[in-house]
Design a protein around this ligand. Structure first.
Ligand code: ADP
Ligand code: MG
Length: 724
């Protein structure tokens, strides 16, 4: 009988690039054709309905029942004309991913026929069966029901034949049970605080938006090979596997030619994305073999996040069409780079000014510096919390792995901005921040640094939070994360900082200081007090860890402990001040995170234990028996069997160690499972269960090196990692 592994490798080699039909027309023709956006709204809604909806989207003005019915009717007509026969409230539960429950437009009319029904009531609010979504105990304390409610600021869209309506998901008593609700709250909080600060500089600013441009990294593996790896199927990562002889050391994958099969997948994916209004722009290979990246143009943060969530679903679907599986796990393969999701973040006004980009006038530059310093200061005060926002059982393997950002949050500003802040601290006045007409910051001694430099400060890839000329790039976000989590913390912390800043400046002004002088004065103090967060060196170095500890930055790496930062007094107070989370919500959500952590490690431990005991040990023993037989016979014949006996000994040592460690791990799990408190249980899983995974793996990987290739059933790294 032929080994499954060889059959699967054969199948993988036989997968050819799928012919993708060239889209009809140009991107501008089909961009957003599956979205109920402005174009469709204008066509399918009456003028007054459209205007009422715009009032809601722009100013949050509530609309009447009649308007709701009228929107629903227009939306349904558009959806049905575009092939939809079902609709769903689309939301982002705390389990990750998106949830949907499809209902048909067609409803029995009680006269033996059906009517296409979709009222304003159904559009605006529904009651999905909330019991299967985690609530961290909120539902035990409160009313059991959960509601989904329409978010009109993110347009509805069609996937396959279903109209998807973006919604928030909240408990009956109003607590958020999803990611969108607090994201929207944090967007309002930063809008409010930032707008007030903007008015120091420009009275005409009415609103501040937060923008997000994500860059999504991912791996592709052939579907046949994936199916023959239970660890990939069940945990999203390989729990074992000896490194391939050829890996990423030649760096021949990055920006190399994209294989035909992958290119065909990417074309297909991009077409789907564009039709859904996701403005995808760049695609390229990443550093690791089989690793790729996709990035759109940045958008308002709520929409950008919906688009990222949608992308992750679409990717999976399209990949299957091409006999691939997408891996969004942060560290699917040992020894090669992991995947992140860089979150490019900025704030901009309704007057079209990017608050994190240098301006043209002295006052614009003071505004820029004000926002820059406030962001840095917020990141300093909440660096542990910011780390908590990206910590998970899966991202834990990536952060600090020597190719991804370290598990210490610091900011990188580049030489120019660093010099500028130093100057500002020494002499807080307009002299310190002179830029010329081309955004060239003038420094004494260096008369002209090309403006290019300011847009290109980011040469330090080791920084988790880097200023990149007109935005910050938060690189610690995990590839499988919901970006909202990081954006919620960032927006809220910055809002809180801006509010405190305004308070201090106003106090100085009331005390008789001139506005500009007061601003400089407060900025100077802030620059001085948040110095510890600023780091331009190599974030991977051991010295940095020691230094960061001295500076009082959060250096904790245990996920359950870091997640607890959400419950620090200063975090709770900050979130409550900003109206983003209540203490109850924070407790519930952290509970959910700990629970998820336990479950993920538990699954990994089970899968590894199973594979170790019923796959690896038996096949290694089989090979060992063959060797024993051979060695025995050789001895009988008086031949030297030393090498074989050595090999038998090696195999025996490894299998014995695997058996021993696996049974200890099972015991550790039993002990952990008996622990009542979720936090303590998560800690036990981290300290006493997860700690077995790598040692067991090490022995398995050693066996993979020596056991007959003809007996090894699991596809190896060299097969998984190189798409032909
Ligand atoms: P990189 O050099 O890091 O690969 P790109 O130049 O391709 O980055 O941009 C990465 C992302 O940053 C894109 O999604 C882009 O739209 C986004 N971006 C650019 N400017 C801003 C901004 N002002 N605010 C937020 N995101 C931005
Ligand atoms: Mg980037």
């Amino acid at each position: 009988m032929e080994l499954l592994r060889f059959k699967m490798v054969d199948a993988a080699l036989n997968h050819r690039a799928v012919e993708v039909e060239a889209p009809e027309g140009r991107p501008s023709d089909y961009f957003g054709e599956k979205v109920f956006g402005h174009k469709a709204m204008r066509k399918y809604l009456t003028k007054s309905t459209y205007e009422a909806l715009m009032q809601t989207i722009e100013n949050g003005t509530p609309f009447s029942r009649e308007v709701a019915d009228s929107i629903a009717a227009g939306m349904r007509q558009w959806a049905m004309e575009n092939g939809a026969d079902h609709y769903t409230h689309w939301f982002q539960p705390l389990t990750g991913g998106t949830a949907e429950k499809h209902d048909a437009f067609a409803e029995p009319d009680r006269k033996g026929g059906v009517l296409e029904e979709f009222s304003g009531k159904l559009l605006i609010q529904q009651e999905p069966d909330a019991s299967s979504f985690p609530s961290g105990g909120i539902r035990n304390t409160f009313e059991a029901r959960g509601y989904s409610a329409w978010d009109p600021t993110s347009p509805a869209f069609i996937v396959d034949t279903t109209l998807c309506i973006p919604t928030v998901f909240i408990a009956y008593t109003g607590e958020a049970l999803d990611y969108k609700t607090p994201l929207l709250r944090s967007i309002s909080a930063v809008d409010k605080a930032a707008t007030e600060v903007c008015r120091y500089f420009d009275k005409s600013v009415g609103r501040v938006f937060s923008y997000l441009g994500w860059e999504q990294e991912y791996f592709l593996v052939d579907e046949s090979l994936w199916a023959a790896r239970p660890d990939l199927v069940m945990t999203g990562r390989t729990l074992m596997g000896h490194e391939s002889a050829k890996n990423q050391q030649l760096e021949d994958h990055y920006f190399g030619a994209i294989p035909m099969r992958v290119l065909s997948f990417m074309r297909d994916l991009e077409y789907e994305c564009l039709k859904l209004g996701i403005p995808v722009k760049t695609r390229h290979n990443e550093v690791a073999p089989n690793q790729f990246e996709l990035a759109p143009v940045y958008e308002e943060a709520n929409l950008a996040n919906d688009h990222n969530q949608l992308l992750m679903t679409i990717m999976d679907k399209v990949a299957r069409r091409h006999s691939f599986r997408v891996l969004l796990h942060e560290k699917p393969f040992k020894g090669v780079n992991g995947s992140g999701k860089h979150n490019n973040w900025s704030l901009g006004t309704d007057t079209g000014v990017n608050l994190l980009g240098p301006g043209h006038t002295a006052i614009e530059n003071l505004q820029f510096i004000t926002f820059l310093v406030n962001v840095i200061s917020a990141v300093y005060k909440h660096n542990g919390l910011l780390k908590a926002s990206v910590m998970s059982a899966t991202n834990e393997h990536r952060l600090g792995a020597g190719e991804a950002p370290p598990a210490i949050i610091s900011t990188f500003l580049g030489a120019q901005i660093s010099a500028l802040l130093d100057k500002l601290e020494a002499s807080p006045s307009s002299e310190a921040i002179r830029f010329d007409a081309k955004n060239v910051f003038r420094m004494s001694g260096i008369s002209r640094i090309p403006s290019l430099l300011l847009d290109n400060t980011d040469r330090n890839r080791t920084s988790p939070f880097a200023f990149t000329g007109n935005r910050f790039e938060f690189r610690a976000v995990g590839a499988s994360d919901n970006c909202a989590e990081a954006m919620i913390v960032l927006n809220s912390a910055v809002a809180d900082e801006l509010a405190a800043f305004k308070c201090e400046v106003d106090t100085l002004i009331e005390g008789g200081a001139k506005k500009e002088k007061a601003i400089y004065e407060v900025l100077k103090r802030m620059i001085r007090s948040c110095k510890a967060i600023h780091f331009e060196g190599n974030g991977y170095s051991e010295e940095w860890r020691a230094e960061a500890l001295k500076r009082g930055l959060d250096c904790e790496t245990s996920t359950p402990v870091v997640l607890g930062r959400y419950l620090d007094k200063k975090s709770i107070e900050m979130f409550e001040r900003q109206g983003v989370y209540t203490a109850i919500e924070l407790e519930a959500r952290t509970e959910v995170k700990w629970e998820m952590y336990v479950k993920k490690i538990q699954i990994e431990a089970r899968v590894l234990g199973d594979l170790a005991m019923n796959n690896i040990v038996p096949l290694a023993s089989k090979y060992e028996a063959i060797l024993l037989d051979k060695a025995w016979k050789m001895k009988e014949l008086g031949l030297d069997a030393k090498a074989d006996i050595e090999l038998i000994r090696t195999i025996q040592e490894h299998t014995a160690a695997i058996q021993q460690l696996t049974s200890e791990m099972v015991e550790a799990r039993k002990v952990a499972n008996r622990i009542e408190s979720t936090y303590e249980r998560a800690l036990a899983y981290h300290d006493n269960v997860m700690s077995y995974l790598d040692p067991i793996r090490k022995h398995i990987d050693k066996l993979e090196e020596v056991v007959d290739d003809q007996l090894w059933t699991l596809p190896k790294y060299r097969e998984l990692l190189f798409i032909k």
